[in-house]
Design a protein around this ligand. Sequence first.
Ligand SMILES: Nc1ncnc2c1ncn2[C@@H]1O[C@H](COP(=O)(O)OP(=O)(O)OP(=O)(O)O)[C@@H](O)[C@H]1O
Ligand SMILES: [Mg+2]
Length: 527
Amino acid sequence: MKVNEIKKQQLLDGNELKPRQGQRRKKTSSKKQKIIRAKRKPPVRANIVETDDDLQVIEEERDIVFQPNSGPQTDFLASNEKEVLYGGAAGGGKSYALLADVLRYCNHPNHSALLLRRTNDELRELVQKSQELYPRVFPGAKWSERKSLWTFPSGARIWMTYLEQDKDVLRYQGQAFTWIGVDELTQYGTPYAWNYLRSRLRTVNADLPTYMRGTTNPGGPGHLWVKKMFIDPAPYNSSFWATDIENGEVLTYPSGHNKAGKPLFKRRFIPAKLTDNPYLAEAGEYEANLLSLPEVQRQQLLEGSWDIAEGAAFTEFNRDIHVVEPYSVPASWKRFRTCDYGYSSWSACLWVAVRPDNKLIVYRELYVQKKTAEELADLILTIERENDDKIWYGVLDSSCWHNRGQTGPSIAETMILRGCRWRQSDRSKGSRVAGKNELHRLLRVDEETGEAGVEFFSNCVKLISELPQIPLDKNNPEDVNTKIDYDHGYDALRYGIMSRPTPRGLYDFSNTDWKKPWKPADQVFGY
Ligand SMILES: Nc1ncnc2c1ncn2[C@@H]1O[C@H](COP(=O)(O)OP(=O)(O)OP(=O)(O)O)[C@@H](O)[C@H]1O
Ligand SMILES: [Mg+2]
């Protein structure tokens, strides 16, 4: 059916949206989809709708409840990938599009949808908008405040609820949905909830497909994982096979499966701009508000930029200054390692050299998952042996000395017993803030030399990608937000820089020191 014909048909049929684009229809229609409700007027006969003027007449005669803005909002409503993120500038019409998208299959008795926001207060706004919209689109649709549930005359249901903590997602265990949407996805610091929800998505009806939909502004605790999942893998607004967000490889069916090696499902990212939404953009006032914001927020909320992190703690981090191509570290420079241990999350280990003028060189990183203390110790020692690293000392998260149970050695003891020796990191009160301040001091560029107090070899890719994204804690700007899943490298770095590294140890005196006694530069003033 041609787009115009679909449109005509919709107008004739009443509250139907056009079906999602099939694979065969690659180009997105520029024509708008509409949710309309027929007024009590005699039905218009199909054979009289022939020109755009006819359409105009019908549109005027009908009560058009919702009409997507052309461009991204239309693309979003027409997208047929399994997972789609509509993200970008504030006010682009993202949440409103989510509210409309979930209605698509509300004529189907088995449509069951879940629409989530992080907090109840944020959810209120969505519920309020849905109360304005839904009963007009589907007369007879009922909202139950107690159950947080919309029920439609067909039997279709939409739960609108909030999900504050990642782990709360387990309350959906055993439930199944055909459509799941999350508004402001980057408010979740990890992909845990999104991934878990995917397991709740299923249908037994061939005519009822399943979809996951997210909307968000850039920034927030989940900026990095959302960027890796939706923004980095492919050009904007193009369909791509879902990838593993850690290694970038396409997710495939496992070996032994009859579809072994085939990709699992598709994703797409649709960028939003304020100018896409005439309801806000044309008034101009909102744009002026966004223009007045500080640089980072302005770029994120007005331009929808994903390359800059809102509320980033280390805005002074600059690739051109702080990242260098690897070079061979002189054997005479002291070296140490510093580590944050995690089993199911990540273990991050960094190797740091101290240049004679006190500058710190982070020259190697190791990020591993699901390694026991023994395995990690062996891995670290092997790397050091192979690279002929003479390690002066190691710093490890002091919680690794806590006993795991009644008996048995702690993580730290286990590693030390294998020959991988550590001292405890400082976890005293105030040490987090002090560590953050120390990193700010090290990142600062000396005006005379043009150099900072720390530099990172470009092979430390994970640390380099994470550090500029670490967000500030909204409630305590003195510290970083700890609810994110990508601060393991940062924590390791913090332990390391707070271990008082100097080009030589406090008690490191070589015999030659005595032969060359310290001479003041100025004999008169003594320094
Ligand atoms: N297709 C539409 N028809 C009518 N009104 C619309 C449409 N799209 C957006 N709007 C209006 O624009 C307002 C702003 O849109 P919306 O809240 O969806 O933006 P947003 O991108 O979610 O913004 P934020 O980034 O701040 O969350 C909506 O409350 C709604 O009133
Ligand atoms: Mg919104």
